[in-house]
Design a protein around this ligand. Structure first.
Ligand code: SF4
Length: 335
């Protein structure tokens, strides 16, 4: 498999091997990269695990591309990744696969009791996982340990493939929470802003299946997008679907867009709702009074919904509430 792309020069630093080409995407082996990293800032005290840099689901609002561009630049500077005609540079076309599963056990032992949070930056069950199995390898390692706490955030029903490991982690005194990520029940709308993600029905089906197998799982409704998925009707539909799927909790919050993410999001917004571009500039990009008013309104909308669907105010599972709140402003925590 380890084909060496002609895009890369020999000599000097060793070029990254290309594991696979698939359509217009290239998958690079990022050997030796740390799989489990101590969380920083508000994630301090957790171990974050992101087996892939880049994500095939290609959500227009994704906040992770900044880390991908940083890695692309660094690899370019060291000669490990040369850019040339046909070289994909986009977040969803150049995917880096971290092949270093063994490091996880050591990291967990060095941080006893820390939450192992899978998928804090990119989706650990994006389609590439079917072929590379890095996430499964991490879970196999964790399932061989006692009393580990694990959270998984994903949009993919592929998480069901690993039910055996999730059950084994629990059987060995550990704790597992699966956050099924979904911002709307409107499949057509999602197709426009999450072009390659699994449909809402498939995600909700996965949530229900997890619950049927006794795994603690809930709905992760972030980021709610102004004018697109943040209406009371839309939030209610999500919470109702979560209740129907027997979710243990719902988490919802607003959007933040870095410069890189805004540049990716803008074309999708212009194509879908050009009338919203100015409002986004005001309430997402600028620190304007309108932004503050918007946040207050969104908080109120999120805050009113759960009681109608049987969720009580509580704490975000696995994470200290202050971490979750800092992670996503306007966050509402219900259980
Ligand atoms: S699934 Fe998550 S990481 Fe992947 S593109 Fe969408 S928001 Fe980004």
């Amino acid at each position: 498999m380890a084909e060496q792309a002609e895009l890369f020069a020999g000599g000097g630093a060793r070029a990254l091997p290309v594991l696979e080409r698939r359509g217009d995407a290239l998958f690079y082996a990022l050997d030796g990269a740390r799989l489990a990293a101590p969380g920083t800032g508000v994630m301090r005290g957790t171990l974050t695990v992101n087996p892939y840099v880049g994500c095939e689901f290609s959500c227009a609002y994704c906040y992770a591309p900044y880390a991908h561009s940083w890695l692309m630049e660094r690899l370019g500077e060291t000669g490990r990744l040369l850019r040339g005609p046909g070289t994909p540079i986009a977040f969803d076309r150049a995917i880096f696969v971290k092949r270093a599963g063994q490091s996880v056990a050591g990291a967990v032992r060095r941080a006893p009791g820390a939450l192992v949070a899978l998928g804090t930056a990119t989706d650990p069950y994006q389609p590439a996982e079917r072929r590379f199995g890095i996430t499964r390898g991490v879970l196999e390692t964790l399932a061989g340990m006692r009393g580990v706490r694990v959270s998984i955030t994903t949009k993919s029903p592929l998480v069901l493939r690993d039910l055996d490991l999730l059950e084994r982690i629990r059987a060995r005194g550990g704790r597992v929470d699966v956050h099924v990520s979904l911002i709307s029940t409107d499949a057509r709308l999602l197709r426009a802003i999450e072009p390659r993600s699994p449909t809402p029905a498939r995600r909700l089906g996965a949530l229900r299946r997890l619950r049927e197998r006794g795994i603690r799982a809930g709905l992760f409704a972030m980021p709610l997008l102004p004018g697109l998925t943040d209406t009371q009707e839309s939030i209610d539909a999500l919470f109702a679907a979560a209740r129907e799927a027997d979710a243990c909790y719902v988490v919802a919050g607003g959007v933040r867009l870095s410069e890189v993410s805004w540049r990716r999001f803008l074309p999708a917004l212009r194509a879908l709702r050009p009338d919203l571009v100015d409002a986004y500039q005001e309430i997402i990009r600028r620190r304007s009074p309108r932004r503050t008013r918007y946040r207050e309104k969104l908080d109120a909308r999120i805050g009113q919904a759960p009681a109608r669907f049987g969720f009580n105010r509580g704490a975000f599972p696995s994470m200290k509430p202050e971490q979750a709140e800092a992670e996503a402003p306007q966050l509402a925590l219900f259980e």
